[in-house]
Design a protein around this ligand. Structure first.
Ligand SMILES: *[C@@H]1O[C@H](CO)[C@@H](O)[C@H](O)[C@H]1NC(C)=O
Ligand SMILES: *[C@@H]1O[C@H](CO)[C@@H](O)[C@H](O)[C@H]1NC(C)=O
Ligand SMILES: *[C@@H]1O[C@H](CO)[C@@H](O)[C@H](O)[C@H]1NC(C)=O
Ligand SMILES: *[C@@H]1O[C@H](CO)[C@@H](O)[C@H](O)[C@H]1NC(C)=O
Ligand SMILES: *[C@@H]1O[C@H](CO)[C@@H](O)[C@H](O)[C@H]1NC(C)=O
Ligand SMILES: *[C@@H]1O[C@H](CO)[C@@H](O)[C@H](O)[C@H]1NC(C)=O
Ligand SMILES: *[C@@H]1O[C@H](CO)[C@@H](O)[C@H](O)[C@H]1NC(C)=O
Length: 700
């Protein structure tokens, strides 16, 4: 016993010594992950132009919190948290004294994050902690680091700083990760034509509970009225005599009682959603645009894109959709050939005048007149963007997107695997080339997007700062979900992924239970989604039936016309025959053919196929005139046409409770009323393909 003890002690000691040795060699040989990532995202050689531009944007990020501290910016919820403004002040002081990006600086930040948000060393995260990851402060620090690297350090991280920086990155990432789990609901701000459809598709692939995944992947919560207001319906009606899809420009107020962040969160949490998207504007800025912002209750995500590409894509998309909606090429050509910027500034003001900033800054700014967006809005938009939990740049390429999506949201299924409809593909189906329909002076429109371009320049730098963090975190082997490795999760379906970091789903604002509230909503929400899908299927089937009926009706009308002409020809021929015969028998026989049964009664416009056949036989025996008349009629009708005619007539006359819309499309009643319905310019809330060419219901 004693001997064993004696043997045991030295071996334990040896282990301890070994471990200490290993640690110190590790520390000495810390792999320069931060250095490598900085080179990867910020270039390994100096370039005065690119670096100058970058430094200017870094300074914007570094000084942004000052806007709140000196009263220029009204709202920055993160700085209202205990200790946050002190932290920011000391960060800025570190910077002014040239002592930022040092070990002391990293320690100060680490202490703030670990004590306020999540402490890596204390085991599983406390799910009830603060729901604020301080992304503004984090980006100030990251911007200081990159600035130091570009200037003081001449693109080389001092070797003794690599380890403390890696530790800081771990702490930053832990804060981000844990807060995402605590929040449990993502509000995705969908800047139109910047990848929103794909993002919604990705949410579905990663198993997020949303209100509904429809064919167009809009992913909104219907009750919030977060729908686009793109087009001026009365302008469109004057030009075309019909209503426009998305024609709700000029109706700034949301049609909802839930306008505050608190109301929105309570609703989404009560329904157990993990994901929704908003394609209109940010919140609480209707009365006072200075008060606008994201809702800090949600995990906020935004995708940005080059504004000029976005603008072009938006013009093409609207043009294509109008061609589809009109189903009248003459009208389409008349309306869109040779348009200019002035046309679009009236038709879709928001589309062509700094669309990104308008959405960021609330309903009122969204509806500012052309030219109303300037430097003040750029500064405000940038300040809001820096507060996002996650900023994604659609232009950044898939390697960056994968880092941001996998580490930032814990979604193993990224945009890489999604090929959503794009307007080029869709336009091909519509046989549409855009040259003739884009504004002739499109360059003029491009030149007016300065504010959006400035906003985007800043956004790209924020994305690079975030990517730096996520890339290093990945290099450190950090996993978004401690229990399951990302690679393993990627092999599994949506049910296993459960929306990645948002897997626990929402917790009520006032919940005080120590246990994480069991998500009793899951089943209900899944049932709701299923019901919504079935409803969508049903509506799709209905639309398909209507479209088919309408086609049949057209064929029937043509057939009836032809039949009438043919019948007249038969009668004329019979007349001729009877005149020739100078007797009345045959003529009387022909004219006395009377309708038998439903078919004949419904066929008020002309005799039925069968009857005509009979007449042909009868009259044809002698009458060459009738024989000559028949081929024309047969050509017009054809056997299929005749069958269709009979089918449609049976339906029209026979079925009680015929769908009114079917009746409308068959031209049986109130076509004028149908037109009026369209003229209200409702936002149909959907994109190309509802009931059209690009439905993807089969994918659900
Ligand atoms: C320097 O950066 C500018 C702007 O990004 C770029 O156009 C230029 O090609 C770069 N020059 C070199 C030598 O890489
Ligand atoms: C507030 O701080 C910002 C950023 O440093 C600065 O641009 C602005 O002029 C300041 N405004 C006031 C009123 O001091
Ligand atoms: C994190 O937790 C460890 C272990 O409990 C503790 O020693 C440390 O002080 C904590 N750090 C902060 C900043 O709270
Ligand atoms: C829409 O266009 C019409 C006709 O051009 C114009 O009178 C009206 O002011 C526009 N509405 C809005 C909200 O801009
Ligand atoms: C198509 O539009 C033109 C021009 O507005 C109109 O004259 C024509 O009647 C329309 N055709 C149909 C089938 O509605
Ligand atoms: C497409 O347009 C071309 C040129 O106008 C025409 O020749 C062709 O028939 C069209 N194809 C379809 C499918 O409409
Ligand atoms: C949360 O608290 C607020 C204010 O006390 C209350 O109005 C609301 O109904 C509560 N929500 C739930 C889900 O209990």
């Amino acid at each position: 016993m004693k001997q064993r003890y004696g043997l045991g002690t030295p071996s334990v000691l040896a282990l301890v010594i070994l471990a200490l040795l290993a640690q110190s060699t590790l520390a000495q040989a810390t792999e320069p992950l931060v250095q490598k990532a900085l080179e990867l995202f910020f270039g390994n050689t100096a370039n005065a132009t690119a670096d100058g531009e970058l430094l200017a944007m870094l300074d914007v990020a570094i000084t942004m919190p000052l806007l709140k501290l000196n009263g220029t910016l009204k709202k920055l919820p993160e700085l209202d948290e205990h200790g946050a403004s002190d932290c920011v002040r000391s960060l800025i002081q570190f910077g002014e004294e040239g002592r930022d990006s040092t070990a002391a600086w990293a320690q100060m930040l680490g202490a703030f994050y670990t004590s306020r948000v999540a402490n890596i060393t204390t085991g599983p995260p406390d799910m009830f902690g603060l729901r604020q990851a301080f992304p503004v402060i984090r980006r100030v620090a990251m911007a200081q680091l990159v600035k130091a690297w570009l200037t003081r350090w001449q693109r080389q991280v001092p070797s003794e700083l690599e380890a403390p920086l890696q530790q800081l990155f771990r702490e930053f990432y832990e804060a981000h990760r844990v807060v995402a789990i605590r929040k449990g609901i993502m509000e995705y701000f969908h800047i139109s034509k910047a990848g929103g459809t794909s993002w919604c598709h990705a949410a579905k692939n990663n198993g997020c509970r949303a209100q509904v995944y429809d064919s167009a992947y809009i992913c909104q919560i219907g009750q919030f009225d977060d729908r686009v207001r793109w087009l001026n319906n009365s302008f469109h009606a004057q030009r075309t005599g019909r209503g426009a899809r998305w024609g709700t420009w000029g109706r700034p107020k949301r049609a909802t009682d839930m306008t505050t962040c608190e109301q929105r969160f309570e609703f989404a949490a009560a329904l157990g959603y993990q994901y929704f998207s908003n394609e209109y504007t940010l919140h609480e800025g209707f009365e006072d645009p200075d008060n606008v912002g994201t809702c800090p209750q949600f995990f906020n995500v935004i995708l940005v894109r080059d504004p000029l590409k976005r603008l072009l894509s938006h013009l093409k998309f609207v043009t294509m959709q109008m061609k589809w909606d009109y189903r009248n090429n003459t009208l389409f050509h008349n309306t869109f050939t040779g348009t200019d910027s002035a046309f679009w500034e009236e038709f879709g003001p928001v589309l062509v005048d700094n669309y990104m900033l308008r959405g960021m800054l609330g309903e009122t700014v969204y509806h500012y007149p052309i030219g109303g967006i300037g430097a003040k809005q750029v500064a405000h938009g940038r300040a809001i963007l820096q507060q996002y939990d996650l900023v994604v740049d659609l232009e950044a390429g898939h390697d960056v997107l994968d880092d941001v999506i996998e580490l930032g949201v814990g979604w193993p299924h990224t945009l890489r695997e999604i090929h959503d409809k794009d307007s080029t593909k869709a336009a091909k189906l519509l046989n549409l080339t855009y040259e003739d329909y884009l504004p002739t002076d499109i360059q003029r429109l491009f030149e007016k997007q300065g504010p959006d371009v400035e906003f985007y320049r800043f956004g790209r730098v924020l994305v690079r700062l975030d990517t730096l963090l996520f890339h290093v975190a990945r290099g450190l082997g950090v996993q978004p979900l401690a229990a399951t490795r990302l690679a393993e999760l990627a092999e599994r379906g949506p049910e296993a992924i459960k929306c990645g970091l948002l897997r626990r789903g929402p917790r009520q604002l006032n919940s005080t239970e120590r246990e994480w509230q069991p998500n009793e909503y899951a089943d209900r929400v899944n049932a709701e989604m299923k019901a919504a899908r079935e409803e969508a299927h049903r509506r799709f089937a209905q639309r398909a039936a209507r479209a088919k009926a309408s086609k049949l009706a057209k064929a029937a009308a043509a057939a009836a016309q032809a039949a009438e002409a043919a019948a007249n020809a038969v009668v004329a021929a019979a007349d001729a025959v009877s005149r020739q015969q100078q007797g009345g028998t045959r003529r009387r026989a022909l004219l006395s053919v009377d309708g038998e049964g439903v078919e004949a009664k419904a066929a008020a416009a002309g005799p039925s196929w069968g009857q005509l056949e009979g007449r042909k036989e009868e009259a044809g025996r002698d009458g060459g005139g009738v024989r000559r008349a028949m081929p024309g009629m047969m050509e017009a009708l054809g056997r299929t046409g005749a069958r269709q005619l009979r089918r449609v007539r049976r339906r029209v006359s026979g079925e009680a409770g015929l769908d009114r819309r079917l009746a409308l499309e068959l031209g049986l009643e109130g076509v004028a009323e149908e037109g009026k319905e369209q003229d209200e310019g409702e936002d149909y809330g959907v994109h190309v393909g509802h009931g059209g060419l690009y439905d993807v219901y089969e994918e659900l």
